[in-house]
Design a protein around this ligand. Structure first.
Ligand code: AMP
Length: 454
């Protein structure tokens, strides 16, 4: 079999040089398949997970196509945003932009990453100097759009990276708003680990006869359940949970808590938020538990909050999602909990919200399952806290948690006082440290208690 080389893919010498320096000898399968399609200008829908080399699969043709626009001029006008890469989380945003920067290091193309949870005003000067390639999480990009600190009318290439996760996290409305602002004449590439109906619908809506590419999954056996950990301060868990529950695949979810008290409290809070939720735990009578379970199975209740004891023996077919609001202290319980999803060949998602004080239990779990679960930090928009103070009558937008238009700078807002390392040279976010930012900040929990209007 002929092995394709990067030179065979007709990439420019300055890009090839960067690849050699990065230690890339040959293209990975997704790169070998996707790069020629993208270079020809076709839209592309690629099924590929992290670790397959998907970032270079879209970044390399992107750089190649933007090279004619590369300019050493310092004028911002010569550096409009020409390529937009949307990603679901900050970690991925930082990783992707680092890769782009590395591949572009011998060109005059500029890149920048913007994501939520950090002071927006420190990102603005970087945007103003002009960048050709912008990597962004959807929530923060909308903030910039509303503050008119970014213009997208010259975008010629759009990438939706980990599109399935973006939908899982409830970003569909945000995506739609962003897509509506982009020029119709553009190339769109979508990367997703799974092709659900929602993903197909999304591609129909915004792509133009995309070429479909799928690379083999690396470990098919354990792929049924996608496991994720969000490192999050305890006080931010409720906000993150609400965001996750708005995701498209959160139609039927079991949320596990450690204690009966948390289960009850959470059910009440979610009910107040307008989520159809019920709790089952040891203090409930058998009849009450049966009724709650019945309602859950029949779809009258979307979210069932359960303790380990109460959940034992629950038999629910093809549950799409399990969320560990608190991770269990016994690692075996974790295996039981996530085993509620991904049954009988169906795919499932198991998400764990882990506070710094729970991390030691996570270590035990990873030891038991012999897998390091991917850690992430959620993109909780900074204006959530402000949304809680939004004028009456403003509706929270579904999917983009309690989004408010054009947030005004309050006279004192802890968010605006946070130091920010310019993302243009941001180092990779070390996994161990990902909990720092959320745990330091003031809790935006009240945002969740904004009563839904209407
Ligand atoms: P990704 O799936 O894009 O997150 O990439 C996974 C890892 O593979 C990253 O560390 C990349 O730097 C690396 N990588 C991507 N393409 C290649 C290649 N052609 N050869 C060697 N390593 C690569």
């Amino acid at each position: 079999m002929n092995t394709v080389s990067f030179a065979d893919l007709k990439l420019a010498p300055e890009i090839l040089k960067a690849l050699t320096e990065s230690g890339y000898a040959t293209p990975t399968p997704i790169q070998a398949q996707a790069i020629p399609v993208a270079l020809e200008g076709h839209d592309l829908m690629a099924g590929a997970q992290t670790g397959t080399g998907k970032t270079a699969a879209f970044a390399l043709p992107m750089l190649q196509k933007l090279l004619p626009h590369a300019s050493s001029s310092t004028s911002p006008a010569r550096h409009p945003v020409r390529a937009l890469i949307l990603v679901p989380t900050r970690e991925l945003a930082v990783q992707v932009e680092e890769s782009v920067k590395a591949y572009a290091r011998h060109t005059h193309l500029r890149s920048l990453v913007v994501y939520g949870g950090v002071d927006i005003k420190t990102q603005t000067p970087h945007l103003k100097t002009g960048v050709e390639i912008l990597v962004a999480t959807p929530g923060r990009l909308l903030d910039h759009i509303e503050q008119k600190t970014v213009l997208l009318n010259q975008v010629q290439m759009l990438v939706l990276d980990e599109a399935d996760r973006m939908l899982d996290m409830g970003f569909m409305p945000a995506l739609k708003r962003i897509l509506a602002l982009l020029p119709r004449q553009r190339q769109s590439l979508m990367f997703s680990a799974t092709f659900s109906n929602e993903i197909k619908k999304l591609s129909e809506d915004f792509m133009n006869y995309p070429t479909l590419i799928e690379v083999a999954r690396s470990n098919a056996t354990s792929d049924n359940i996608t496991q994720k950990v969000y490192l999050v301060a305890s006080e931010d868990k409720h906000q993150l949970l609400t965001q996750l529950l708005r995701g498209d695949d959160a139609k039927q979810v079991i949320v596990f808590t450690k204690t009966k008290l948390t289960a009850s409290r959470l059910a009440k809070q979610l009910q107040r938020d307008g989520v159809s939720a019920d709790a089952i735990h040891g203090d409930k009578s058998q009849l009450e538990r049966m009724q709650a379970l019945d309602a859950f199975k029949n779809g009258r209740v979307a979210v069932l909050i359960a303790t380990d004891v109460a959940a034992r023996g629950l038999d629910i077919d093809s549950l799409p999602m399990v969320i560990n609001y608190e991770i269990p202290h016994a690692a075996e319980d974790y295996v039981h909990r996530i085993g509620r999803t991904g049954r009988a060949g169906a795919s499932g998602t198991a998400i764990s919200l882990v506070a710094p004080e729970e991390e030691r239990y996570l270590v035990d779990i990873e030891k038991l399952i012999k897998t390091e679960i991917r850690k992430e930090r959620a993109d909780l928009p900074q204006h959530n806290a402000r949304a809680a103070r939004a004028p009456r009558g403003e509706k929270p937008e579904h999917g983009h948690a309690y989004h408010t238009p054009a947030p005004k700078k309050p006279s004192h807002d802890p968010w605006f006082d946070k130091p920010y390392v310019p993302s243009i040279s941001a180092p990779a976010v070390p996994v161990k440290k990902t909990e720092e930012a959320p745990s330091k900040r003031k809790s935006p929990i009240p945002a969740l208690f904004v009563k839904r209007q209407g």
